[in-house]
Each structure stands twice: as C-alpha cells, then as structure tokens.
Design a protein around this ligand. Structure first.
Ligand SMILES: Nc1nc2c(c(=O)[nH]1)N[C@H]1C(S)=C(S)[C@@H](COP(=O)(O)O)O[C@H]1N2
Ligand SMILES: [Mo]
Length: 429
C-alpha cells in the first residue's frame, strides 16, 4: 500500500472551505480507501499481544452454535425507539436508529414499524389474497400459490409520509437522527411483480385504481393508481433474504417503491380494482397537506429527495481535532441519487461527496467525504440531488412553498452545529 503523507494529500487536493475546515471528496476519489494511519493521525494505540492474550475469551472455549444469530451482547443498546399509544399499544411507531448504523441496508430487526392496530399473528397456511372488482376473473391466492411465480429482488427504502415531521416545529428538535428521520429503512425485498398477478386476473378497461387492504385489526386500506401498480410494485414475500418479519407484513406485503410508506400495505389480503380512489382515512384525514392557499394537497405519493449526515450528528461528540469522515444517507422516490453536496460552513460553500456503490433507484445511498476539524464552530449540512432533477430544499424554501401547517413530506436540509467543545446540536439555518 502506498503511504500517503498527510501533507502531500493536503497540498495536492484539499481546499479550504470558508471557516469550516477542509472538505474534499477528491481525497477519496484519488486515493480510494487507501488511507494509512499516518493520513488520519494517530487514531490507533499499540496494544501488546501479551495483554490481549490475558483476556478471558482467549482462554475458554466460546459459546456453542446458535440456530438463529443475534447481535453481540455489547451492541444491545442499538434498538428501535418506540412511541406508541398508551391505551392502544399496537398503534404507533418504532424508529430505525440510523445514527447507529452504517452502509445502506437496515437490519430486519431494526426496520422501522408503523402499525395502526398491532402486529397480527397470521398463519400463512390460512392467509389468502383476493383480487376482484374491475377484473375479468376474480382470483384468490394462497401464499404457496404466490410463492410459485417467478420472483425479483430489489433494494429499496420504505419511508413513512410522516417521517421527519419534527422539522415543521418552530424550534429544532434535539434528538438523534433515528428519532427524527428513522421512519425510513432500506431492505432487499423479494417477491412477485404485482403486474403479473393483475394480468392473470385480467384488468378491465375502466380500472384506474387499486384499493389495497391489510389483514390486520386496523383493516387499513388505501388507493394505489393502477399505472404505478403495473410499473414497479411487488408482492413482497422476503426481506433481506428471509421471509418477511411479522412486523413488516408477514406473510405478504405490497411494496410500492419510492412512494409514501402507507401505500406499502402489510399483511395484504385484498386488491380491489376500481375506477376511482376509495377516499380512505389515510388519503383524506391523514397523508394530505394543508397548503398556504387553504387547499390541501392529496395523493402526494412520491417521497422527495432527502439526505442527512448520520456521522457526526446529534448525540455524537467530537473529542479530537483532525480528520473525520462525514458519512450520511440520501434517498429519493424519483430515482437514483445523482449527487450529494456537503457544507461545513452553514451552506456558504459546498463540496461534492463520494457516493458509495451501489447507487440504486429509490434506495438508500451512502455518501462520504473527508473533513478536517480544526476545533472551530461549524455548521454541517448535506443536500441531495436526484436523477429526475429534484433538489433537497433549504427549510425556508420548503416553508415558503408549503406553509407552516405541514405535517407530512418534510424533506428540508438538516443542519448540525458543532461547538468548539465538539458538541453537536440541531439548528435551523
Ligand atoms: N395493514 C397495514 N399496512 C400498513 C400499515 C398498517 O398499520 N397496517 N401501516 C402503513 C404505514 S403508515 C407505513 S409508514 C408502512 C410502514 O411499514 P413498516 O412497518 O414495515 O416499516 O406500512 C404501511 N402499511
Ligand atoms: Mo406511514
């Protein structure tokens, strides 16, 4: 491995960002991940092998095999935070701890949950999916019927339309990224294209919508435009290689890539083809947005581009000066992330981050950029651009467009202020 001295790297590729330390993605592009300890400064300490050899785990046989693995005992603090109704504990949310995770895949046990009336204990042998309404042949499928069709996998995010809604508050919420933006998770989903089973039922010409209904005690239903159903929706059976988790829709859920979470009906039991939307609770009273004009925006399905720096972020503390790797997540319901820019001076100047492969449509994308902190006050921000040309807005722009009475679809730029002491808070800038 070629040794890069810090000064050589610095003089050839870094540039100063006004007041904000040094940000430069070319450090990564040119040298790849070939950073030596010298590049980063002394982050490691020398541990004598003899010392390690005295640890108990090197002396006794370890635990036997397990039929199903679980995280290390030292990682038990990495959990979903639950916010549920005291009187109806199955109604609420649990959040993905995005600030504790890396890469783009959400471990299945940490996928966020949004249930309206708890997690049903569905016996897959007895579950059925009915397709009826404006079809030539109403059909009923068992789960084993659906398992026989050719399948496809795709990595994609699911994000609740209510994710990040704390951003609408007049004061910036002080909480970890996961409990602010963690109603979004990303998995590899495998299942049967919805178009295949719809074609088998035969779609009548007047059909324009599909009313999808879940088999839980909330009987949640929602209207999905037929065009989207035929485009890229899946009847998902597997999540990250194993059958769906009960919380995420076992044995069958609808996957509606890039569109708001509520359309991804879990425990799917019915698809009713219709000429018009059903005007369900979740597309009238909820998941609509009151605009400054006094009119409400309805059927605002697509999740607009969003990004957030997860490291460093609220709850972390910078305890040394020197090089850091800023890391974060970006995603867009319109397609691939085209670019993420990072600012270390509150948005005066921006540098382009490296996008880690794979960069997939409607999927979490990990961005990274090296940054040198010299101990000054800084404000870190990231902004996402997608391939459809949409750009993540500043908060003031979003409010100018949408007003102050919003609750859903908040996707403004997030700012982290870092003090000289290395403390991080959420600010509006
Ligand atoms: N049957 C049913 N489907 C449902 C829900 C529900 O309560 N019941 N919640 C919806 C909402 S609002 C969201 S955001 C997503 C959440 O999916 P997840 O719990 O797998 O993260 O599921 C949707 N599908
Ligand atoms: Mo949701």
């Amino acid at each position: 491995m070629p040794k890069q001295s810090l000064n050589a790297v610095q003089s050839s590729t870094e540039f100063e960002v006004a007041g904000g330390g040094l940000l430069d993605r070319r450090l990564f592009l040119k040298q790849g991940m070939i950073f030596t300890a010298a590049t980063w400064g002394a982050l490691s300490s020398q541990t004598a092998t003899a010392e390690l050899d005295r640890e108990s785990w090197t002396k006794q046989p370890g635990k036997p095999f397990s039929n199903y693995g679980s995280p290390s005992d030292y990682e038990k603090k990495v959990i979903r935070w639950i916010m549920a109704n005291d009187d109806a504990p199955g109604n609420g949310v649990s959040w993905t701890p995005l600030h504790e995770l890396e890469g783009i895949v959400t471990p299945s046990g940490l996928h966020f949950e949004r249930h309206h009336n708890g997690v049903p204990a569905i016996d897959p042998e007895r579950h059925r999916l009915l397709i009826h309404g404006l079809v030539k042949r109403p059909l009923t499928f068992s789960v084993s019927d659906i398992l026989q069709y050719p399948m496809q996998s795709r990595l994609c995010f699911i994000e609740c339309g209510g994710n990040s809604n704390a951003g609408w508050r007049s004061e910036p919420i002080q909480t970890q990224v996961g409990y602010f933006h963690g109603m979004a998770s990303c998995s590899e989903w495998t299942g049967v294209p919805l178009s295949v089973v719809l074609q088998e039922a035969g779609i009548k010409g007047r059909a324009k919508w599909i009313i999808a209904e879940g088999g839980d005690a909330s009987m949640m239903n929602i209207s999905l435009p037929l065009d989207k159903a035929l485009d890229d929706c899946l009847l998902a059976l597997y999540q990250n290689g194993e059958r769906l988790r009960a919380e995420n829709g076992y044995p069958l859920r609808l996957l509606v890539p890039g569109w708001e979470g509520v359309l991804n009906v879990k425990w799917l039991k019915r698809l009713h083809l219709a000429a018009k939307p059903v005007m369900a609770r979740n597309e009238t009273a909820k998941y609509t947005e009151l605009l400054p004009s006094g009119k409400a925006r309805q059927f605002s399905f697509v999740m607009e581009p969003k990004s957030v720096i997860t490291h460093p972020s609220f709850g972390h503390r910078l305890d040394r000066h020197g090089l850091y790797q800023i890391s974060g997540l970006a995603w867009s319901g319109r397609g691939k992330i085209a670019k993420v820019e990072v600012s270390a001076d509150g948005g005066k100047s921006w540098a382009e981050a490296e996008l880690q492969e794979p960069v997939l449509p409607k999927c979490f994308t990990r961005f990274r950029i090296p940054w040198r902190w010299q101990g000054q006050d800084v404000v870190l921000k990231s902004r996402a651009f997608d391939e459809a040309g949409a750009v993540q807005p500043e908060r003031a722009e979003l409010i100018a467009r949408r007003g102050r009475h919003g609750y859903f679809h908040y996707n403004a730029i997030v700012s982290w202020a870092i003090t000289e002491a290395g403390e991080i808070s959420h600010v509006y800038l």
